[in-house]
Ligand binder design. Sequence first.
Ligand SMILES: Cc1ncc(COP(=O)(O)O)c(C=O)c1O
Length: 400
Amino acid sequence: MMGDIEQLARPRLLEALEPQPSDALLAIIGMVRRDPRPHKIDLGVGVYRDAAGNTPILRSVKKAERLLNETQETKSYLGGEGDVRFVELMRELAFGPGTDDRFIGLQTPGGCGALRLGVDLIRLANPAARVFIGQPTWPNHIPLVTVAGLEVVEHPFYDRDTQRILFDEMMTALEGAQAGDIVLVHGCCHNPTGADLSPEHWDALAEIVTRRGLIPFVDLAYQGLGHGLEQDAAGARLVIAASDQALLAHSNDKNFGVYRDRVGSLHVKAPTAQIAATAYSNLLVLARTMWSMPPDHGAAVARLVLDTPELAADWRAELNEMCTRIRGLRARLADFDPRLAYIDEQNGMFSMLPLSPDAVAELRESEAIYMAGSGRFNVAGLSDHNVDRFASAVVERLPA
Ligand SMILES: Cc1ncc(COP(=O)(O)O)c(C=O)c1O
């Protein structure tokens, strides 16, 4: 009987854990929800919103979901590679037509899963590889790399107060990288700054990675939301074409608006088809220990959209609508005051305002305007009827 067992030692496990701070953006979501003011503006959360402030399911996605519902006959296991046709379609979307058998890819739970799988592959192949990451960056990049056991080298990327890409500083840092080190770059619509590399920057990046034997790892999470599908992938294509080996983490959660369905893929370019096949077999083993198989629904829907010409055309139109709305809001902000002009030169959902933490808190308290403490705001969270109120509240609080 249990009662008769003498306990010789108390188990000790969970006592060793340190409490962790909660996610700052989740705290903002909570504050917005509790704020009763009807004119509140939520620019914290990183999802696209339409002019009415909603994040609706795209028409093309809804139709594909209905089609899937009617035609899908089994929910049996798919396998670790996920939906193979989906991956093929996404490879073409990211790289354009004509990739050869040095390129392999598999479906992952979102862009986050692709990044995690990619860094695990790097660690397996070369635990000494260091990952160069420009600052500021998406807050999950560094934890994703360090949890896999790789060393991160942070370098400057953007100065929030002058709104300049610190490209020379970035190049100087990369001159200190060794052959086999990894350069993690945002493909487009940089999160959190909106500041994307210019074609000249991409050329210079391609030159340095080739000359120094570095390996680009492109995070392409917002393809189509900056200047369109082709232009948004141009930099990634250029730097990967110049490289013998490269990785690309692709997310469809934003461009298909299927955030919670976790849709993404990891693509790898190897020096030969044989090495690509070996890398693929290793990716399958790594994925097996993390999520075993990726979730099917969202990828199956994206595949159906792209494989059905009317739905594909509709999706492209909807993506274009999202992109155009964001561009329109950026132009409105830029027109409002010369100090906001840089916003129109940036891309995607986010830009950063050079506001002090006190000014960000004041905007929240007196104007019911919510954004991240860093000054990052979601442009798509604005609408025609509040963009001027937002711009004027911000301009009043910009440093002299
Ligand atoms: C730069 C960047 N990379 C990757 C991701 C991850 O995307 P997903 O939601 O598909 O995992 C995000 C999401 O916000 C992001 O901003």
